[in-house]
Design a binder for this molecule. Sequence first.
Ligand code: HEM
Length: 422
Amino acid sequence: MAIAIDPRATTDPDEILRAILDPERRGALYPWLHQLRSVAPVWRAEGLFGPGGWVLSRYEDVRAVLRHPSAFSDERNADIFDVGESGAAFTAMMRQQILYLSPPDHDRIRALVARHFTPRSVERWRAAAEQEVLRLLDLAVDRGKLDLVRDVAYPLPIAVICEMLGVPRSDVPLVFEWAHDFARRGDVAALTPEVIRRGETATLAFRDYFLDLARERRSRPRDDLTTMLANVRDAQGALSDDALAATCVILLQAGHETTADLISLGIRGLLLAPAAMARLRMQPERIPNAVLELLRWDTSVQISQRRSREPIELAGTRIPAGETFVLLNGAANRDPAAYPDPDTLDVDRVPRDQLAFGLGRHRCLGASLARLEIETAIAALLRRFPRLDFEAEPVFRGSFFLRGLASLPLRFGADARKGLPS
Ligand code: HEM
């Protein structure tokens, strides 16, 4: 069925949802999310997100489910990746990843890694991130061309998380390629046999790679996350090979694509709001708050899923136990009931409790690291390029689940300076 162009003229919730999922509509997503929230804020969709689920788009409802003591995420949420035998290795690894683990396995893995991702712990990576972003910008100035996605947004977070995991620099290009194929396989709305095949190859390569690295770190320990995970001896003993490999891979995956998306979506947002950009150039000390507002305004992880052990009542609708909730984080963050004038990117707004990092037991483990990297990238770009502008239209990836740009060509003018600012 053809989808009407004007979201406000569309009142069938399923039709609105099909528009939301339509890869062609990434650039104009939010009017559709607003329309869904106004016509059907609590809606049971059949067959659009797995077998069926309650789609929530109001801030209060999304927050209530994320905080509900009976709502949980478990390995059944990884069923969406199940395509049968041809994609079995990838699905098995996803079932082991922390986001889909329930207690006590979840709490065990989280406790092991969480202390390396506190605001204080991640500060030690700030200088390395700054140096890396300056190096990447120098390369762009030399080339006279900058595609922010390819040249900065992806390489920066992957360099940092590889360093944290102890992946040698010489292996980063290899890991980068696997990470790309792994991420495409995770976009379940755009699977082809080739994407599935490459996803399997990347999963098996990743597994062998991290198990080899772990073996090496057992004999020659270093100050990195792979050494720590390889040598765990807590009350349950050592980590299984499956848990060890899945934890390294998920830190790598969760640690780069989402952050890359926010760097490029954030710069796109600032270029579309020149007054906000000018304000940050004048007052770079406002960048940390601006990053939170950018996360509220447009985010990468658009969906979280939960199930509940008990019925949950949402504004008059009783959802029975065991049903799936599809929580639309981006829609919640643009809910006018939570944030006045939500479509305006206002870098002076303090977007309290914005939901881009989720909430509750599974709240983003890497939130402080992500903020640090986005701050570093934006600060360096504004400082180095007094005249930054679009060179061509940004190109969105097709995915709604993990929203981001495939390319963002930028023009930076002849007055761009290389090296460290004096
Ligand atoms: C701007 C960048 C990022 C965004 C928008 C983001 C978003 C999120 C969201 C929404 C969740 C919760 C999902 C849910 O409840 O269903 C999450 C979980 C998670 N994130 Fe991030 N994330 C980002 C960066 C990172 C980084 C840099 C890491 C570092 C390794 C990371 C690691 C994780 C992990 C391990 C979880 C699962 C936590 C758990 O299940 O206990 N993320 N993230």
